[in-house]
Design a protein around this ligand. Sequence first.
Ligand SMILES: Nc1ncnc2c1ncn2[C@@H]1O[C@H](COP(=O)(O)OP(=O)(O)OP(=O)(O)O)[C@@H](O)[C@H]1O
Ligand SMILES: [Mg+2]
Length: 510
Amino acid sequence: MEEVVVSMQHVSKSFPGVKALDDVQLTLRKGEVMALLGENGAGKSTLVKILSGVYKRDEGSLTILGNEVDKDFNTKKAVEAGVAIIHQELNMCQHLTVAENIFLGRELVVGGRLNNREMKKRAKQQLGELGIDNLDPDTTMSELPVGRQQMVEISKALMLNANILVMDEPSSSLSNAEVEELFRIINRLKSEGKAIVYISHRLQELKHIVDRVTIMRDGKFITDGKFEDFSMDQLIANMVGREITNQFPRDVVPRGKKVFEVKNLNAGRMVQNISFEAYAGEVVGLAGLVGAGRTETSRAIFGVDQKESGQIFVDGKEVSIKRPVDAINAGIVLVPEDRKRDGLCTLLSIGDNIALPNLDTICKGGFLGKINKKVENEMIEKGKALLTIKMSGPEVDAGTLSGGNQQKVVVAKWLAQDARVVIFDEPTRGIDVAAKVEIYQIINQLKKQGVAVIIISSEMPEVMGISDRILVMCEGRLTGEVSADEATEQSVLTLAVKFKDKIEDTTVEM
Ligand SMILES: Nc1ncnc2c1ncn2[C@@H]1O[C@H](COP(=O)(O)OP(=O)(O)OP(=O)(O)O)[C@@H](O)[C@H]1O
Ligand SMILES: [Mg+2]
């Protein structure tokens, strides 16, 4: 058995009102990838933040490479001990270049000036060692897709000679091709003897990289062991504490009248001549590879981006949508993809976030100044109950919630509305398996209320599992339609790559 590089024993940590960790243990060995699994709010991020010195533990011990570290352990000491963390929410400096990010805080200096040439050279070399040759270290971070930004973070960690790498949900916003590249790098790091803690809610992908698992639930250690000794059902049962028999519950509701129609919508290269309909009680899935134009389509519909041409009808009446408020007034709701940028005010309280898009209902007589606290509280309670958001209270900042629970708040805040059409863009990203089922149940609920639901999802089992009808997009165009009963992964993928010369994006099975 390989040498133990990290041992955490009896670790506990509380935040005001929440015991995030309660007597947790974790063992990590050289040359292995260990998946840290658990539901949203189970304490995974908190545990790895203790390992990387971001948080201080209240109790318990932490031993790294045989040395027990004291309670004053901090991020600087963690780096010295060879621990690097790639956070759930990437925190690179978007306006700096790749090289500047890699050397941030330990810039190379020559004769009192920054030695930019050397920094660029070394950055390029490090990226090259990861097999990434086509990334210019002079590129500004904000111009890179998330997958590339992550590679820069990994390079940065390796530059610091990290032997213990923590990746907190690295794959959740990557395209299949990017995930494949990430896995290639992880397997390479593993063969070089690095030890990796890997956190993910995409259980299907674990088999490509993982050696062992540690499972947590409600801040407690549940079990650990070899990955191959657990079936998928056992992993889920340990995480959730009960069996989940149906991962994709889909209620069949009789299809009602046409609620929504888009005719010849055009908005730039990614939205070309899109036409489709959606009926009451129906879930229409929009499938396609990352970058197919699905998000752009939803943004054009919702009035976030300008339309060049096209018509939109709700309940048979044409509506003019120039701004999101027009869409909301027409009964259309969009639950956006990027919760940090578009969906959630992390500095506002959870309650305020839920109440925010519903102010007209909450405010008496239309005056924003007069908030009807009673209505507001009812709404918050409704959102909370619908989604079982784990929190100490609605008054705490939304930013302190675990990643998945933040996503639930974004969903909850729209559900308090009475909508005719709800568009979900990647609604379950970063959400644990039990909470996914809850969100699917909410979708079923909306169906029963006669709402037309449109869901954009890159996870093939999800689109296939919950849609009644699937529309496929590629390169800004609709390439076909399949009914849920007839759809196979193959038939959907074939449509999804219709205008692609290469099928590079499709090789990782998810
Ligand atoms: N800085 C903080 N202040 C207050 N509470 C916090 C803070 N960080 C985490 N918590 C709480 O601790 C608990 C565990 O959160 P944590 O982020 O570790 O969960 P997680 O397992 O990473 O979940 P997810 O899968 O959703 O990312 C949650 O109840 C969360 O709200
Ligand atoms: Mg987390």
